[in-house]
Design a binder for this molecule. Structure first.
Ligand SMILES: NC(=O)c1ccc[n+]([C@@H]2O[C@H](COP(=O)([O-])OP(=O)(O)OC[C@H]3O[C@@H](n4cnc5c(N)ncnc54)[C@H](OP(=O)(O)O)[C@@H]3O)[C@@H](O)[C@H]2O)c1
Length: 264
């Protein structure tokens, strides 16, 4: 891939746009001078050697690849002509056809990273329109590999589903951690001890899953087969509707993602 690749991130001052900018710079995929970032209100202090602008059309004109990282509501009034260029959206809900029509290019991609891009541990599924080339695919893979891992998926509806599962994903272990933390404090543990215990469980479990590379079901089964305190907890949580609660939550996220696309 060309070291002179010019990338522009619309919304580069935001949470996800900034995380992606940090990852592609840290990895050397793009040199700071070839990275453009647009912002709306206040210019962030990050990435001082890159080009900052409030004019997203100017950003598009000086870039080969344009990454859209504004909130869907802010995309609606955004008029940027990217004729013939590769446009990659990380916005939830906005469909390939709407992106192609708005930005005047068939080289459009929908990708869905998550908040762990901040620590280069995002999982990013993506899909391109029929107009993307093999070189475009290589660029998309390279960008999202710098943020963690990525997969090209077969159907656009997979992106809508994964918007909830992996796009929102880091929120769910955090939700479990918050519930465990509340329970620990209710049992009289000092908050700092409870927090260290819970956070270490979360990071340790993540490392274990990564290292063992087993199906999560197999990991759970190992604990169930042990027939100890963990099995008692898992069985009680399941009897109280744990799995159904997760499925209902993911279904709500899927419905929301599709409805965001309907509005565009
Ligand atoms: N955060 C996640 O975990 C996550 C995961 C998956 C997908 N996404 C998607 O990523 C997109 C960005 O999310 P985010 O969490 O990074 O939101 P965010 O922190 O609010 O960032 C969005 C940025 O866009 C800027 N902006 C808005 N209109 C603009 C314009 N016309 N020109 C230039 N900049 C403009 C905003 O600037 P101001 O601050 O000045 O308003 C803000 O800095 C969303 O579409 C979301 O669906 C996010």
């Amino acid at each position: 891939m060309s070291a002179s690749l010019r990338i522009g991130i619309i919304g580069g001052g935001g949470w996800l746009g900034g995380a992606i900018a940090g990852s592609i710079l840290d990895s050397g995929l793009v040199v700071p001078q070839n990275l453009s970032l647009s912002y709306r209100r206040e210019q962030p202090r990050r990435f001082p050697d890159s080009f900052w602008t409030t004019d997203s059309q100017e950003l598009a004109d000086r870039s080969d690849v344009i990454l859209l990282s504004v909130r869907p509501d802010d995309w609606h009034p955004l008029e940027v002509d990217a004729s013939g260029k590769l446009v990659i959206s990380v916005m939830a809900g906005i469909r390939l056809a709407a992106l192609a029509a708005r930005h005047k290019t068939n080289r459009v991609v929908r990708a869905l990273p998550n908040a762990a891009a901040e620590v280069a541990k995002s999982y990013t599924p993506w899909i391109g329109a029929s107009g993307i080339t093999e070189d475009d695919r290589a660029i998309v893979r390279a960008i999202f590999e710098t943020c963690g891992s990525q997969d090209e998926v077969a159907r656009e509806s997979d992106i809508d589903y994964l918007t909830g599962l992996s796009g929102s994903g880091p929120a769910f272990p955090a939700l479990l951690a918050a519930a465990m933390m509340r329970d620990a404090v209710a049992h009289g543990l000092p908050a700092d001890v409870a927090r260290r215990a819970v956070n270490t469980v979360m990071t340790g479990a993540g490392r274990l899953l990564e290292r063992r590379d087993e199906s999560p079901d197999d990991v759970v089964q190992t604990f169930l087969d042990y027939r100890g305190t963990t099995a008692a907890a898992i069985e009680t949580m399941r009897a109280a509707g744990f799995d159904a609660s997760v499925a209902n939550g993911l279904s709500a996220a899927f419905t929301k993602s599709v409805s965001m696309g309907d509005a565009s």
